[in-house]
Design a protein around this ligand. Structure first.
Ligand SMILES: Nc1ncnc2c1ncn2[C@@H]1O[C@H](COP(=O)(O)OP(=O)(O)OP(=O)(O)O)[C@@H](O)[C@H]1O
Length: 271
């Protein structure tokens, strides 16, 4: 679990980008951060990772506040975090297998055989068995994402951070990646935090959704209550596309029908 308390971030004492965000991300859940461009999603994610030092507030990784950690403790925590950054950020000159092994080379003293076993295990998990000797330039964008995910989970992380994991992917491949991230979150019991612009992800894997606007937590909830949310800014943002607007109307209509049916059933029971 990651608890965020009154998190603030400004750069060079200038304009405040994060304006006191408080929230909780539970273990074993997929947590999505959404919001317009410039709302502070990346700064938020990088502050949690301590790539940016927060101006004030608290960030507790299962009770351990990163703001009070020594350099060594931060390094220890870093080994517990898997990251999938935009564009996959793979090393072009390394094979798929070597890319995935990288965190094990960096953070562990495992033997060559142990590393190999772990690497092959996650390669199997993300269905890349036939690509392990290939270079990133020889595989598709979707496969590159799967390599990035395999690399992020190879060291059994407690926390998984993903920045726009679907960017540049077609809708089908995006779904495959979403499903994989959800499955991995359950299997590895990670606290998963994903920055996304993908409304399909929001509707399908958003176990928790945090909506940021102008550096403020404007709304939080989950995909099941999104359709009935009342926050106008959130609705304008999420349902800005005609397709999602229609989907919401359909969901609300169905909700209304089921409410009416329930009422009738209740009345019948009392009659
Ligand atoms: N290193 C930095 N120094 C100064 N200002 C920054 C820095 N990084 C981000 N900002 C500012 O913080 C604000 C939020 O940026 P951020 O990248 O977090 O937005 P975002 O919600 O992730 O947008 P997008 O969806 O386009 O990626 C922007 O106004 C941006 O200019």
């Amino acid at each position: 679990m990651i608890e965020v308390k009154e998190l603030r971030k400004s750069f060079n004492g200038d304009v405040e980008v994060l304006k006191g965000i408080t929230t909780t991300f539970e273990t074993g859940k997929v947590n999505l951060i959404i919001g317009q461009s410039g709302s502070g999603k990346t700064v938020f994610l990088k502050s949690l990772l301590n790539v940016y030092e927060p101006s004030s507030g608290g960030i507790l990784f299962d009770g351990r506040d990163i703001m009070n950690m020594s350099r060594e403790e931060k390094q220890g925590l870093r080994a517990e975090i898997g990251t999938v950054f935009q564009g996959s950020a793979l090393f072009d000159s390394m094979t798929v297998e070597e890319n995935i092994s990288f965190p094990l080379d960096m953070f562990t003293n495992l033997t060559y055989r142990e590393k190999k076993r772990k690497v092959l295990e996650v390669i199997g998990r993300v269905n890349l068995d036939k690509a392990n000797k290939k270079f990133p330039s020889e595989i598709s964008g979707g496969m590159q994402k799967r390599v990035a995910i395999a690399r992020a989970i190879v060291n059994n992380p407690k926390y998984l951070f993903c920045d726009e994991p679907n960017s540049g992917l077609d809708p089908y491949t995006s779904n495959v990646i979403d499903d994989l991230l959800l499955e991995i979150t359950k299997e590895y019991n990670t606290t998963t935090i994903i920055n996304t612009h993908d409304m399909n992800s929001v509707m399908t894997i958003g176990e928790k959704i945090l909506y940021l606007r102008l550096g403020i937590k404007e709304w939080e909830g989950n995909k099941d209550i999104l359709a009935t949310a009342k926050n106008k800014n959130l609705l304008d943002f999420v349902y800005s596309s005609e397709l999602f607007k229609q989907l919401r109307e359909f969901m609300l209509e169905n909700d209304q029908t089921s409410l009416t049916n329930n009422k009738t059933e209740d009345n019948e029971k009392t009659d």
